[in-house]
Ligand binder design. Structure first.
Ligand SMILES: C[S@@+](CC[C@H](N)C(=O)[O-])C[C@H]1O[C@@H](n2cnc3c(N)ncnc32)[C@H](O)[C@@H]1O
Length: 283
């Protein structure tokens, strides 16, 4: 059977290239926007770096051993290293591993999912910068305490679903259900010692997303389709027929919704998500 396109790996890999080309950015997380700031692609990197500085602000001072889980292109690990931390990172993506090994010693970049990460080493900080949502709660929380040195912390910056979220709804954002996460923290010998709600600051990032769908993807697809209809009407007819035959009405409607991207608004994001910067400790 054909392997399904995995948005958690291949989807993010596509984003690595897009972020690099369109926003000149090595980061794969949301931006943290100031009130009144222009939410446009040239400002994305600056907003993402504001997020990074706020996140590093939660760390105790260097030197400390850090594990950057889902470390993307290695940018955070390299930055922390330049500030005196000793950093290991891991990611399941070979595209990201290749990028990260340009910035870090190869043995510091582990090519695996968090669920598969093993070894004796313990850390003072285990960091999840928008990577916590990709690991099932049952595979992350029970493994954290054993990875921490005495007095060590877990720092999580990520999106969670709030109580308004209903499964199956076409809405932006994602992540674990926040109330389930809080219960999981308690039953796994951990406690939340820091909790900053940054939902308001990250929500404008959805405007970038909307611009991408409405202002780029939809017009490009429309132009190609109209161009083909004019220059190769028979080919266009067959492609359109094939598309209608091989996709369900539901899929076609969803695709149309995606191109319009009305649902990907900052307001809708805030309605069903809560974006947190959290610090956890062993109890
Ligand atoms: C949104 S990106 C964030 C990347 C980076 N931390 C940053 O802030 O730019 C999510 C990261 O989680 C990684 N990831 C996905 N599934 C994972 C898993 N099961 N275990 C560890 N990392 C995972 C992705 O490959 C990617 O590096």
């Amino acid at each position: 059977m054909a392997k399904k396109f995995d948005t958690k790996t291949e989807g993010l890999d596509a984003y690595v290239y897009m972020a690099k080309v369109f926003a000149d950015s090595p980061w794969l997380h949301y931006g943290l926007w100031e009130p009144g700031e222009r939410v446009v692609v040239p400002n994305v990197r600056q907003a993402q770096e504001r997020y990074v500085e706020k996140l590093i602000g939660l760390f105790p001072p260097a030197p400390l051993a850090v594990l950057d889980v889902g470390g993307g292109t290695g940018e955070m690990a390299a930055l922390l290293q330049s500030r005196g931390y000793e950093v290991d990172m891991l990611t399941p993506s070979s595209v990201q591993v290749e990028e990260a090994r340009k910035k870090l010693a190869a043995e510091r970049v582990h090519h695996c999912r968090f669920e598969e990460f093993s070894g004796e080493k313990k850390f003072d900080v285990v960091l999840f910068s928008e990577s916590f949502q990709y690991v099932p709660l049952g595979d992350s929380l029970p493994r954290l305490e054993a990875l921490l040195n005495e007095g060590g912390i877990v720092v999580i910056a990520d999106c969670f679903r709030n109580d308004n979220f209903r499964k199956g709804e076409l809405v932006p954002g994602g992540g674990h259900i926040f109330s389930e996460f809080v219960r999981g923290v308690e039953v796994n010998g951990l406690e939340i010692v820091g909790d900053v709600d940054v939902t308001e600051g990250v929500a404008p990032t959805m405007q970038i997303d909307q611009q991408f769908y409405r202002g780029f993807l939809a017009p490009v697809v429309k132009q190609i389709s109209e161009g083909l209809a004019r220059s190769r009407p028979i080919v266009h007819w067959f492609l359109a027929r094939g598309f209608n035959i091989f996709t369900s009405k539901d899929t076609r409607n969803r695709l149309q919704e995606r191109f319009k991207a009305d649902y990907r608004s900052p307001e809708n994001f805030k309605r069903v998500n809560t974006y947190r910067f959290l610090t956890l400790r062993a109890r």
